[in-house]
Design a protein around this ligand. Structure first.
Ligand SMILES: C[S@@+](CC[C@H](N)C(=O)[O-])C[C@H]1O[C@@H](n2cnc3c(N)ncnc32)[C@H](O)[C@@H]1O
Length: 275
């Protein structure tokens, strides 16, 4: 709950960095609409919010942008090709079963020269929780099953976006640390963010004793001096463009007039050019 508005704000900042007006935008996995909240109608004139959970859409926060809400799965976007000038997505893509397909869908519904700006959880997310649960389970139950979903590695993300057809890619990562009173409050917050299924899908229940052991391990290994515990969320931000011929592109092979080897002598070459 604390994280989503913050990441939504950072996505909106990246939208504002592009100095143009977007007549029609799509928010994929919009949930309660924390991106729209940070945008304005001068930048995005109309927004379609898509989420698989009707309830989340119903409880969306207010926004000044005219908005249409659609219940749909982001792996099967119900829109025509070349429809949107902008697609945004915050913290929902780690849920999909088929990420390459979701990227292809997003690429398809974008207009040429349209842009996709997204954020998703990265591989180091909740490593403290993962480690504490594994240690506690090993100790109490003699084995462990993963309780925190595996996240995509940053190196894969660029490849996936490129394979979906995006170009002029930017991928960067950010870490946000949130302090909590203890492990149980972290779990509660994850539940509030709609993240609990993702973390708990392998084994329906952990024994209470194991949970208590995990809380103690968490405190011991990662605890702050004031008694609180940090939880790390790693977030990948990505920007990708759909190709349009007006975009800058690399020069044709063999069209260079100076070889790379001569770059060290660039000053001399420039002087010669001036004469
Ligand atoms: C953690 S919430 C993030 C919501 C919102 N973008 C935000 O920043 O607050 C994840 C959202 O993804 C939605 N979601 C999960 N899988 C989905 C899918 N396959 N298609 C569409 N939405 C999905 C969930 O319903 C949930 O609202």
């Amino acid at each position: 709950r604390r994280l989503s508005p913050q990441v939504g704000g950072r996505i909106a900042d990246r939208v504002f960095d592009i100095t143009r007006t977007f007549p029609l935008a799509l928010d994929v996995g919009s949930g309660r609409g924390y991106i729209a909240q940070h945008l304005n109608k001068e930048t995005v004139e109309k927004l379609i919010q898509v989420d698989i959970a009707e309830n989340a859409l119903k409880n969306a926060v207010e926004s000044e942008i005219p908005t249409v809400k659609v219940v749909a799965d982001e792996e099967f976007l119900p829109f025509k090709e070349d429809t949107f000038d902008l697609v945004v997505s915050s913290l929902s893509l780690h849920w999909v079963n088929d990420l390459p397909k979701a990227f292809r869908e997003i690429h398809q519904v974008l207009k040429p020269d349209g842009v996709f700006i997204g954020a998703m959880f990265g591989g180091d997310t909740l490593y403290e929780l993962r480690c504490s649960l594994q240690l506690a389970e090993l100790e109490r139950e003699g084995g462990f099953s993963p309780h925190v979903s595996p996240f995509t590695a940053v190196a894969d993300l660029g490849h996936l976006l490129a394979r979906a057809g995006f170009n002029t890619l930017t991928v960067d990562t950010d870490e946000i640390q949130v302090n909590y009173p203890g492990l149980f409050e972290i779990m509660e917050d994850l539940q509030g963010m709609g993240e609990s299924n993702c973390s708990w899908n392998r084994k329906p229940l952990l024994h209470r004793e194991t949970m208590l052991a995990a809380a103690a391990i968490y405190q011991e290994m990662y605890g702050n001096s004031d008694g609180s515990v940090p939880a790390t969320f790693q977030i990948y931000y990505m920007i990708g463009w759909k190709y349009h011929e007006s975009q800058a592109k690399p020069a044709q092979r063999g069209s260079a007039t100076v070889s790379f080897g001569d770059l060290a002598k660039i000053e001399g070459l420039l002087k010669r050019g001036k004469k």
